[in-house]
Structures are given as structure tokens and as C-alpha cells.
Design a protein around this ligand. Structure first.
Ligand SMILES: Cc1cc2nc3c(=O)[nH]c(=O)nc-3n(C[C@H](O)[C@H](O)[C@H](O)COP(=O)(O)O)c2cc1C
Length: 677
């Protein structure tokens, strides 16, 4: 930072020497800090562990207070996902080390700082050096980093150095101060050897905010302790810096009023609450133990979907290309497919994966000329490209369909090495995406979000998105779905195909690893009984004469009403390429909704029946069903102008609401052998 330009600038403003800079830059602290204190800060040394949202803010706030020496540690680099809250996360800093960027930022505040940098972050090996000569430690470690935090606190307190931690929780900040003569980290948080990682993280969170103010408004769907993910706001990080640095100044200047643990404090501007108190015995307090028990059982159960387990993400250098290829194919297999039939086949060799479609897998009436399977394979390809990027490879898709006897060879994916490829933000959604057949809230998905989805869809040439979200429109479209969905239960082939894909027991679901576990259909207890009772076509047919098909279709219609909007993906042509691209677009849209926590369910009947009509002619439906469809489609045309003249691929409903409990399974990779790669 001591460049000729800096020196010249300092000269021009008469602040070239350390003392003249000190005099000018910190003069507005006077009145709150006196001259002696300002001088004391100039010679103070603070160790800041972690320079992200919290630590970065601490560093800058301390530097602006006049603290002159820092020992800084971070091993991470800035990424766009840090943009909402981390001081140093600017476009020019993406990909750069947080340590270097924040050191530069701090030197811009005070060019006379004395900095010692630890580029591996804090480790067992360097913790003594990191703490050497520090007057105080500020904890800026990621919330989910537990053992390093525990080590830093323990070592610092042993060496007689106080430690301050402030965590952003919702809109609030929760603050704790540890002093060498007070309770230790393990004692306050009640950390025991037998605790699991999750228990430790919960104990940390509950000890940090023993009377949490934020529980009432945090959407817990976005909290995933196992995946080490939770929401965090920029304004809360700034609040952390304010609270922590206030305490830091108190400690560094030897002022009165330090309140070490078991005292705690949480300030939440959102609910306008300051909660403070003394947590006698720390987390060992009986009430605290009860709260921990509740939190453990509540939090851990929340996001648990019964279904397949996400595979470990391989490291190209350590695990090799074959492991990455398998991971990429697993991501493909995770895609949606009609009735979860998984029609894809893969063959991989070197950096190439060929994706084909097995024509015999999906024999549903919906799968006209393999259209639904081609769409599913397009979705699989989209997942594969994201997984490849997550593994640091540049995916190149070559779409060249070739029709064979039992299969259609669709596309080849080449995984290029040696590029500067970063993990795309949608990669996580590949593993979280699911069909959610619950009723959602009626809160509309805003046009702004839909516009965003439109961009995601229209990056695939020839693919377009239309949507509705007003209640009167949804009502009309619900009628359209009711009419088309009657055919689902009145058409023998469709009924039998669906029933062949329902896994009525968990054992069945886990063994076949395709189709739907019963719970996944969200039919409720009565619905499950109905599904079991109507497995045979003769029973269904008899019940249809009593109006059962209308009842089933009414349930689908209600689903549309209980949504925040309905979208329609269309394509310009009905050839394999166009349908494949529509599948990629569908998945891109679905993943983007998933990323935003917005639920999604395809409503296949109106569009896939339309495709059949266009491709196979009206004679592929009975005259009665032809009439139903005519009425259904004219309502769809009213909601989605141009529908009748277009090539619709899939309608879907979206909205805000609870997540699912029962997911679908996937077959092992060995079940999808392709031909030559
Ligand atoms: C082309 C296509 C059509 C689909 N149609 C419907 C549908 O009409 N109703 C529905 O609930 N799910 C539909 N799905 C969702 C699948 O049933 C679902 O993707 C599959 O069971 C796997 O479950 P998952 O999406 O939760 O991973 C469709 C999926 C695709 C790809």
C-alpha cells in the first residue's frame, strides 16, 4: 500500500507521517476516546480469525477506531455468493484471497497499520504464532467452523488473551465476551467429548443466543446444519462489528463494564428487542438443556427428506476423472422424469459422456413419440453441466440426435480440463430439487421472479416461458386442468401405467428405486386408501361411472388454486433437438425456483395431451376425451394466449409452502448402461 501514489496523496493532505495521519484520521474519535486512549489503540494488536462477513467488518471497524496492529487469518477466496454481506466481496475481488483483499482494504483506511498475515487460516500448527503478541482476539470464523473456533478460544484464554464473538442471527447480532479469568469455551457451551458435530453447532448457537429473538421470523427451510448452510444478512454482519468492536474498545482501553460469559446480549433491531442476561451454568442450565433437546429434535428432523442420499463431491486432482464422471452422471440421474421412470442411458470414457434414451423405459400414453423422455434427458443434461462445473470442469454439449432401434442417442458431454471454472450457484439445487405435490400458499410469485426465470428458460434457443399468477387466471386454468386430468383416470393405459409406478411400501420403493413412494404423492390418508383400492382397472372403471375421475381431477384443480402461479414452457418445433432444449430449460427453471425455496410441480396433462394431438392426430383420443380436451385447451388459450398455435411442452405450478417429507429414489448407475462413448 506504500506506493508512490499513496505517499504523494498523503503528502498533499499533510498526513505523510504516522503521527500526522493519526492526528487527522482519528480526530473525530476524540470526545469519545481521549488522546491517551487513541495512542493506546495505535499500539494495540488484535488477532482476527476469519475475514468474511463478520471478521471483515470487525477489521475495518477496528482500523477506523485507530487500532494499529493486526494478526489476520483466512484461507478462503471471495466468491459471488459472499456478495450480500462480506465487506471485501466486490466484483474485482471475486476469486482473490480474502486475506489479501481485506489487508488492502484495511491499509486503505490506515496505511500505517502493522499487519501479520496467516494465509492458511488458523490451524493447529500456526495458532500459537497467530496469537503471539495479540491483546485481544475477535472471532470472525464461519458459523459452522467448530473445532478451529474451539481451539482458538482455548489457546487464547490459556495465554491470557480475551476473545469476543458476535454472530449474525436473523437481523440481530448476539454477543459473548470470554475473559481469561471467566468461564471457558467448553464450560460455557457445555461441550462434551461424546457430542456429535451437529450437537456442538447447536450448543454454540443456543449458547450464543440463549433467548433467541430471531426464531419467529427465520425461514428454517433455508437452515441446513448438515450442509453447513444458513441465511445471513449484511446488516446483521455490520451489527456484529458494531457490538464486537464496542466491547473490543472497552477491553483494549481497560474501561469498566466488561461482562464476560455467562453474561450474554442479543440486539435485534427487527423486533426492536435487546435481550441480555446471565446464563448461570451456561448450556448446563436445566432450561437450556431442555431447549437444546427441543432444538435438536426439531432442527434435525426439519429438512430430512426420506429418499436418496447426495453423493460425495469428488475432487478431480485427488479422485481422478472417472470419479468425477460418475458424479456428473449421478447428477444427471437426479433429474426429473415422467413417473420417475428414468429413461436415460449413459456411456462414459475419458472426458466424454454420451447420453442416450432407452425407448422401452417409458411406455406411458403421455410419452408420445418419446417426447416426455427426451425432455427428461434434456433435464439430465442440464444437471450434468452444473455438476461438471462444480468439479471445476468446463462442460461442452454436442447435441446430435441419432435414432437407433431401441434407443435414441441424444448428446455428448465433454468435460474440458484446465479452465478457470467455478462452482455455479445452482449446483446445490440439483440435489435439492424435487416435485412438491402439496398445496402451497396463494401468495403470488412476483413478476420480477418470473422474469428472472424467463431469462433462465430463454437461454435455450427456441424455448419460451409464459406465466400467470393472478387468482382469477389461476381459477380458469384450474378448470382447464380439471378437464384434462379426468382422462388420467378414465384412460386405461394411463391408469395402469401410473399404478405400476406407485410403490405402495417403503421396501418396494427402496428395492425398485424408480416410480413414486406412496407418501411422495401427498394424497393424504383418504387418498392413499383410494389409490390402494383402485389399483385394478375394473374397480377404477366402475368408480368412474360414479364420478370418481371428476373427484381426482378436482384435487389437481385445487392444487392449481393453491399455488403462487403457473408457468408454461413451449418450444418452436417438435423435433428431438427442440424437445431436448426444452428439457434443459425446464430443469434450469426448476432449479432456479428450488434455489429460491419456491415449490414446483409439473401439470403434464394439458400440454402433453396437446403434443399427442399435434403429433398423432385427434383419433388418438376417444371422441368424449377429444371434447374434454377441446374445452380444456380453450381455457388454457384464454390464460396463455397463443397456446393453441404453439408447441407447448409442460405446464407447472409453483408457490411458497412447506417442503416434502418423502422423496423419490434413483437406480444405481449400473442400471443405465449405454453403448460406446
Ligand atoms: C415430462 C415430465 C412430466 C411430468 N408430469 C408430472 C405431472 O403431471 N404431475 C406430477 O405430479 N409430476 C410430474 N412430473 C414429475 C415426476 O413425476 C418426477 O420428476 C419424478 O417422479 C421424480 O421425482 P422428483 O421430481 O421429486 O425427483 C413430470 C416430470 C417430467 C419430466
Amino acid at each position: 500500500m506504500n506506493t508512490p501514489e499513496t505517499r504523494q496523496k498523503l503528502d498533499v493532505f499533510h498526513v505523510a507521517s504516522h503521527n500526522t495521519y493519526q492526528e487527522a484520521a482519528f480526530c473525530r474519535n476524540l470526545g469519545l476516546l481521549d488522546a491517551n486512549e487513541q495512542n493506546r489503540l495505535q499500539h494495540a494488536v488484535v488477532a482476527v480469525a476469519g475475514l468474511g462477513g463478520v471478521g471483515g467488518g470487525h477489521l475495518i471497524a477496528l482500523a477506523r477506531s485507530g487500532v494499529g496492529g493486526f494478526r489476520l487469518a483466512d484461507f478462503d477466496r471471495f466468491d459471488p455468493v459472499n456478495g450480500n454481506r462480506q465487506y471485501g466481496a466486490t466484483v474485482s475481488a471475486f476469486g482473490r484471497e480474502k486475506l489479501r483483499v481485506m489487508a488492502e482494504n484495511a491499509l486503505e483506511v490506515n496505511p500505517h497499520l502493522s499487519l501479520t498475515l496467516f494465509e492458511d487460516g488458523v490451524t493447529e500448527e500456526n495458532v500459537d504464532a497467530f496469537l503471539d503478541g495479540a491483546d485481544l482476539v475477535l472471532d470472525g470464523l464461519d458459523f459452522f467452523v467448530f473445532e478451529v473456533r474451539r481451539m482458538v478460544f482455548k489457546k487464547a484464554l490459556e495465554k491470557g488473551i480475551p476473545v469476543i464473538t458476535a454472530g449474525p442471527m436473523g437481523f440481530s447480532s448476539a454477543l459473548l465476551v470470554f475473559t481469561p479469568d471467566g468461564m471457558g469455551f467448553d464450560e460455557y457451551f457445555d461441550i462434551r467429548e461424546e457430542d456429535t458435530y451437529i450437537e456442538r453447532i447447536l450448543k454454540f448457537a443456543m449458547g450464543l443466543a440463549p433467548r433467541p429473538t430471531h426464531f419467529g421470523y427465520v425461514n428454517m427451510d433455508f437452515v441446513d446444519l448438515r450442509a453447513k448452510r444458513g441465511p445471513s444478512l449484511g446488516c446483521a454482519c455490520q451489527l456484529c462489528a458494531s457490538l464486537a468492536v464496542t466491547e473490543a474498545l472497552r477491553l483494549l482501553l481497560g474501561r469498566k463494564g466488561v461482562k464476560p460469559v455467562p453474561y450474554f446480549l442479543q440486539f435485534d433491531p427487527y423486533v426492536r428487542k435487546l435481550v441480555k442476561g446471565r446464563l448461570r451454568m451456561g448450556n448446563r442450565h436445566p432450561v437450556q438443556r431442555l431447549k437444546l433437546w427441543i432444538a435438536k429434535n426439531y432442527m434435525l428432523d426439519r429438512n430430512k427428506v426420506i429418499g436418496p442420499v447426495r453423493p460425495e463431491q469428488p475432487d478431480l486432482a485427488a479422485d481422478g476423472l472417472a470419479a468425477v464422471r460418475d458424479y456428473v452422471i449421478s447428477a444427471g440421474v437426479q433429474a426429473p422424469s415422467g413417473d420417475n421412470c428414468q429413461p436415460w442411458r449413459f456411456s462414459g470414457k475419458g472426458e466424454r459422456i454420451v447420453l442416450s434414451l432407452d425407448k422401452g423405459t417409458d411406455e406411458s400414453f403421455f410419452n408420445v413419440r418419446q417426447a416426455a423422455s427426451i425432455v427428461a434427458c434434456g433435464a439430465a443434461m442440464e444437471n450434468m453441466t452444473l455438476a461438471a462445473q462444480a468439479c471445476g470442469l468446463k462442460p461442452e454439449v454436442e447435441l446430435r440426435p441419432e435414432e437407433g432401434a431401441g434407443e435414441i442417442r441424444l448428446a455428448a458431454l465433454t468435460l474440458k480440463q484446465g479452465e478457470d471454472v467455478h462452482e455455479p450457484v445452482l449446483h446445490d439445487a440439483v440435489w435439492l430439487r424435487c416435485t412438491n405435490r402439496k398445496f402451497y400458499s396463494r401468495k403470488p410469485v412476483s413478476d420480477g421472479v418470473w422474469e428472472h426465470i424467463r431469462e433462465a428458460v430463454e437461454r435455450f434457443p427456441g424455448t419460451t416461458l409464459q406465466w400467470i399468477s393472478a387468482q382469477d387466471q389461476l381459477k380458469k386454468f384450474a378448470e382447464s386442468v380439471c378437464l384434462a386430468d379426468r382422462i388420467r383416470t378414465e384412460h386405461r393405459g394411463l391408469h395402469e401405467h401410473l399404478n405400476a409406478m406407485i410403490r405402495f411400501t417403503q421396501k418396494d420403493a427402496e428395492e425398485t428405486r424408480d416410480g413414486f413412494p406412496l407418501g411422495n404423492l401427498e394424497a393424504g390418508r383418504a387418498g392413499n386408501l383410494f389409490l390402494k383400492a383402485t389399483r385394478s382397472w375394473s374397480v377404477m372403471k366402475a368408480l368412474n361411472t360414479l364420478g370418481a375421475s371428476r373427484g381426482v381431477a378436482a384435487h389437481s384443480g385445487k392444487g392449481i388454486l393453491r399455488s403462487g402461479g403457473v408457468g408454461l414452457i413451449s418450444t418452436q418445433a417438435l423435433d428431438t433437438e427442440s424437445l431436448f432444449l426444452a428439457g434443459r430449460a425446464l430443469e434450469r427453471a426448476w432449479l432456479t425456483f428450488t434455489h429460491y425455496g419456491i415449490r414446483f410441480q409439473p401439470a403434464a396433462a394439458p400440454a402433453l395431451f396437446r403434443l399427442r394431438w399435434l403429433l398423432e392426430g385427434e383419433t388418438s383420443f376417444s371422441p368424449a376425451h377429444g371434447k374434454l380436451l377441446g374445452r380444456s385447451w380453450s381455457l388454457a388459450e384464454e390464460c396463455f394466449p397463443g397456446f393453441l398455435a404453439s408447441r407447448p411442452v409442460l405446464f407447472f405450478r409453483v408457490g411458497f409452502g412447506p417442503g416434502i417429507k418423502y422423496g423419490t429414489y434413483r437406480k444405481p448407475l449400473t442400471a443405465f448402461p449405454g453403448g460406446d462413448a
